[in-house]
Design a protein around this ligand. Structure first.
Ligand code: HQG
Length: 187
């Protein structure tokens, strides 16, 4: 991604997922922002984004983080919000196993409390281990924790998949973590 695409993507993540108030933007209850309002308020805060650049970010973003509505008058983040919005996700049966990438420094707390969503609305999981490694590496020495999604679903815990393919669930209690013997013994 070019520098302006990356900068714009990070700016959009900030205002569409976490701090719309930083530029005085309103998200509706489903997380949508008006595109014209977003571009105007961005300029007022020193961030000039042309409609063409916005299009390019939405279309070429490596993780498909953002989406337009049908007539392109509105935009939202597909997942990763800390602001309280309703993505209208529909619960769906997960694959039997899902993976969570984290850093070794969190392992002790995770073994005690399970996987918690923290500031976000959901715990983020992936269907493949490679994605989990790169998610974990954002926080330090990466480790991948295997989650017994099949048993969670049998026990009535709900799973969702975002428009960009991220598996989401509210929390993963300790009993569903399938820790390796190494992870079990690590302090
Ligand atoms: C950890 C990126 C201590 C958790 C990615 C993670 C993802 C605990 C960190 C998306 C814990 C939260 C989300 C516990 C969980 N004790 N630490 N009990 N339970 N943690 O950034 O999953 O590039 O909020 O393991 O691709 O890393 O932004 O979550 O390490 O989809 O589009 O607390 O962000 O997407 O960190 O990443 P985050 P995440 P984007």
């Amino acid at each position: 991604m070019s520098k302006s695409l990356t900068t714009t993507s990070k700016f959009l993540s900030l205002v569409l997922r976490h701090k719309p108030e930083e530029i005085g933007l309103q998200l509706n209850e489903e997380g949508w922002a008006n595109v014209n309002e977003l571009l105007e308020k961005a300029v007022q805060h020193g961030m000039t984004i042309s409609p063409a650049l916005l299009d390019e970010v939405v279309n070429t973003n490596d993780k498909k983080r953002f989406a337009f509505n049908a007539d392109k008058s509105q935009i939202r983040a597909n997942q990763g919000h800390s602001v309280d919005i309703n993505l209208n996700l529909v619960a769906i049966e997960p694959p039997p196993i899902l993976y969570h990438g984290t850093a070794t420094r969190f392992l002790e707390s995770i073994k005690e409390k399970g996987l918690l969503a923290g500031d976000r609305q959901h715990v983020h999981l992936s269907a493949n281990q490679e994605v989990a490694v790169s998610v974990g590496a954002r926080h330090g020495q990466p480790i991948v924790i295997t989650v017994n999604a099949e048993q969670m679903a049998k026990d009535g815990l709900l799973f969702y998949v975002s428009d960009n393919g991220v598996w989401l669930t509210e929390k993963v209690p300790v009993g569903y973590l399938m820790l390796s013997s190494e992870q079990k013994s690590a302090l």
